[in-house]
Design a binder for this molecule. Structure first.
Ligand SMILES: C[S@@+](CC[C@H](N)C(=O)[O-])C[C@H]1O[C@@H](n2cnc3c(N)ncnc32)[C@H](O)[C@@H]1O
Length: 268
């Protein structure tokens, strides 16, 4: 898979909490699976890095109701939504690339965020934050591993084959580090690094629903730079390609395979 240039989150329009939450149940499933692998009985201080609309924060809160739990995210819209969802918690607009905790954190938790950072920044941030943790502290993260799935291959093919090709030439997401690259980066400061992989199969109503799903995340950098008519044409071409690639199921629905990569590191 080719490595593409990250456009970085700052060059994008703001995230939309409403669009993102259209598939809240499906998106929250890996948040639960990640948390279930955190080997901490009662962490005192937890930070949800890239908390979005607080769906992941709510999962953390239900496992650790007594912890001091805060959420940070670079999107003002997401933080507005998070504050209305869990008004008693502390949420703030902050960028992970410059974020430093005020006091020691037992659990850094990050669901579906690090794929948006530049490749070379990701594990520098993880290591910088882990360096502030006490021994036994945990850093847990999950990222989609779907750049080779038809949903994302066809997004890139549609981008490179239409009249918008020049405009979208440098759009894309950096490939994620391999399990061994992750292990090698984190093991010097960890007593354990657990890495695992799960493929979810989401039953969606139809092919249009695949577009609705990715509109909240991976499709944003491709359609945000387009004019309204171009965007309409792009989505039409993308839908036609999805209809060819994903067969319809016996009940008329469509199965979206969604592989995800999980990392849980325990500080030495
Ligand atoms: C796919 S959402 C994940 C939301 C939530 N954690 C969940 O489990 O559903 C990705 C979030 O990462 C945030 N994000 C992306 N880049 C970021 C950065 N550099 N610093 C902080 N948050 C960032 C986005 O604003 C967005 O809310």
């Amino acid at each position: 898979m080719a490595t593409t240039t990250s456009s970085g989150t700052n060059s994008l329009k703001d995230w939309s909490a409403a669009q993102y939450l259209k598939f809240e149940d499906e998106r929250t499933l890996p948040a639960r699976d990640l948390l279930s692998r955190v080997p901490l009985a009662s962490p005192k201080r937890i930070v949800d890095l890239g908390c979005g609309p607080a769906n992941s924060t709510a999962v953390i809160q239900s496992r650790y109701p007594d912890a001091q739990l805060v959420g940070i995210d670079s999107s003002p819209d997401m933080i507005r939504k998070a504050k209305t969802t869990l008004p008693h918690l502390d949420f703030s607009v902050q960028d992970l690339t410059s974020y430093t905790p005020e006091s020691a954190v037992d659990l850094f938790y990050s669901n579906a965020v690090f794929q948006w950072l530049k490749r070379e920044e990701r594990f520098e941030i993880v290591k910088r934050l882990m360096a502030t943790q006490p021994s036994g502290g945990v850093f847990a993260l999950q990222v989609p591993d779907n750049l080779a799935e038809p949903s994302h291959v066809l997004m890139r093919q549609t981008a490179s084959s239409g009249p918008w090709a020049a405009k979208l030439a440098s759009v894309g997401r950096d490939t994620f580090q391999t399990p061994q690259e992750i292990y090698d980066q984190l093991i010097p400061l960890s007593s354990q690094v657990n890495i695992f992989h799960t493929s979810y199969y989401h039953s969606l109503e139809n092919h249009e629903a695949i577009i609705e799903w990715v509109k909240g995340t991976g499709l944003r950098p491709f359609v945000d730079p387009l004019q309204p008519e171009e965007k309409e044409e792009f989505l039409k071409a993308y839908l036609a390609a999805l209809q060819k690639a994903y067969p319809t199921c016996a009940d008329g629905r469509v199965l979206l395979r969604y592989p995800r990569l999980f990392v849980v590191a325990v500080k030495k």
